[in-house]
Design a protein around this ligand. Sequence first.
Ligand code: NAP
Length: 259
Amino acid sequence: MHSLGILGVGELTEKVVIGLRRSGYTGAILLSPRNAERARVLSSEHGCQVLESNQAVVDAAETLLLGVRPAALAELAAQVQLRPGQGLLSLVAGVSLEQLAKAFPGAQCVRVMLSYAAQYNQSTVVVCPADALTEQALGSLGELVVVADEAAFELATVAACMNGWFYYLLHDLQHWLSDKGLPADQARALVLGNLQDCLASARRQPGSSLQALGDAIATPGTFTADGLAVLMHQPVSATWGAACEVVLDGLLTRSRLGD
Ligand SMILES: NC(=O)c1ccc[n+]([C@@H]2O[C@H](COP(=O)([O-])OP(=O)(O)OC[C@H]3O[C@@H](n4cnc5c(N)ncnc54)[C@H](OP(=O)(O)O)[C@@H]3O)[C@@H](O)[C@H]2O)c1
C-alpha cells in the first residue's frame, strides 16, 4: 500500500494512524478535513497530510479507510466518487457489504473491526471477506482474524464491544481490592496481572477449553472453588449474555434497514 486515505478522522482512525506509524509504515496518510484539531495533531505528530475535501482524499489515496459513524455515512457517500476497484476498508459497525456497495458504487469494499489497542499494535483485527490487501495493510495493528461471512462479522462486532465492557468488570474488581485497603496502583497491577496470567495460559493452550482451564484451578477444596460457587449462583453470565443479545439485535437491525 503506497497511500492510505482516511475518511472520518475520529477516535478509532486516530489509533489506526498511530499504530501504522508505530509499525513502521512510511507511506502517505491523507486525512479528511473535518475534526480539524485532531487532524492537525495527527498531521504534525504522525506525518499525515490534511487535504481540503473528502474527494481530494479519494483522488489522492490508493486505499481508503472509512471511519465515520453510521449516521454520517449517507452524507459522506454523497460527497465522494471512488475509482472503480478502489479499496474501501470500512470500520463502520453494522453496515453491510451490500449497503457499502450501494453507497460507494464500484469500490472494492471490505469490513474491518478493531479496537483502540491498534495504537499499540495489539488489537484483534477482524476482516470480512478475506482480502490480501487489507490483511497486508492492517495486519501490523495486531492479530488478524479473517471471518467466513458477515453473520460471523456481526458476532465479532459484539466481541469488540466486550473489549469495552471488560474495563468495567476490571474497574469493579480493582475497587473491591482498594476499598479493602490496598493502594489503588497495587490493586490495578494485581487485577491486570492476574488477567494477563489467564490470557497467557489460555493462549498457550489452545487445545484446552476455557472452562477446562478454569476447572483445573478451581479444584474442590480450593479458595478459588469457594468463590466460584458464589459466582455460579448469581446470574452474572446471564447479564453479559443479555448485553450481547442487545448489541447483536441492534447490528442486525441496522444492516437490514439498508436492504
Ligand atoms: N470507537 C470504537 O471503539 C469503535 C470500535 C469499532 C468500530 N467503530 C466504528 O468506527 C466508526 C468511528 O467511530 P469513532 O468512535 O471513531 O467515531 P468518532 O470519534 O465520532 O469519529 C467519526 C469522525 O467522522 C467525522 N465525520 C463525520 N461526517 C463526516 C464527513 N461527511 N466527512 C468527513 N468526516 C466526517 C466526524 O467529524 P465531526 O466530529 O466533525 O462530526 C468525526 O471526526 C463508527 O462507525 C463505529 O461504528 C468504533
